[in-house]
Design a protein around this ligand. Structure first.
Ligand code: ZN
Length: 231
């Protein structure tokens, strides 16, 4: 049984979606939207944590956000090259869930996997609407594609006030203890466990200041924004 989704959010690693748009997910899930997150890799190259632990953390984060589904394509971490087979996997995910809106990481980011994910998802959104591409699955046209920020930001085209659900975003991020915790004999220092969560909060707070709200998340679109289709 295929789960029809309103929003489908792609990330290279579990925690990308939460960092960029955990509040927007929580807010819309609370309002009744069916939202899924699809992680492209198991983040098996991460310095801290194991695949099993990260899977459990991703499930915990999914519950904190009220996700309708969470999937993992198990593509190679640090190997998200522009492979037609990878695009096909993403197209299949889009066609199975038939979302109205797709979200991908912003196309500029210091982590190459995030930019690679962005590029692969854009190609897949395009191919998903082509009837003669993978004809065994019905074609699907995604109405809107929005890009969320992970490490790097730009002036957003859209901002969502996430103040009322910020605790849910923080809970989803705290689920990734293997990435953000600083104690433990075998914990390797990475940017994620050196004040990263505080910086995410500061970023969301700073953006909120533009509209006098406590916290906001920003998005970029390559097409002119039509507000009635987003909320
Ligand atoms: Zn990531």
């Amino acid at each position: 049984m295929t789960l029809k989704l309103d929003f489908l959010v792609f990330g290279a690693h579990a925690d990308d979606a939460e960092i960029g748009m955990g509040g927007t997910i929580a807010k819309h899930a609370k309002a009744g939207c069916r939202i899924g997150v699809c992680d492209l890799t198991l983040a098996e190259m991460s310095s801290n944590g194991t695949i099993e632990r990260r899977r459990a953390e991703a499930e915990e984060a999914a519950r904190a956000l009220g996700l309708a589904s969470r999937s993992n394509l198990e593509l190679p971490d640090r190997g998200l090259v522009s492979d037609p087979a990878f695009i096909q996997r993403i197209v299949a995910e889009i066609r199975l869930h038939r979302p109205r809106v797709v979200f991908a990481p912003y196309w500029e980011d210091r982590h190459p996997d995030h930019t690679a994910c962005s590029r692969l998802v854009q190609e897949a959104v395009f191919n998903a609407k082509l009837r003669k591409y993978m004809p065994e699955l019905p074609a699907h046209t995604v109405e809107e594609t929005y890009f969320y920020f992970i490490n790097d930001t730009a002036e957003p085209d859209v901002m969502i006030d996430v103040s009322s659900v910020y605790a849910s975003k923080q809970a989803s991020l705290r689920a990734y203890r293997s990435q953000f915790e600083t104690s433990g004999a075998d914990v390797v220092r990475t940017p994620l466990n050196q004040g990263y969560l505080e910086r995410v909060e500061a970023r969301d707070s700073l953006l909120g200041q533009k509209r006098s709200v406590a916290y906001a998340e920003g998005f970029i679109t390559k097409l002119p924004y039509m507000p009635v289709r987003f909320q």
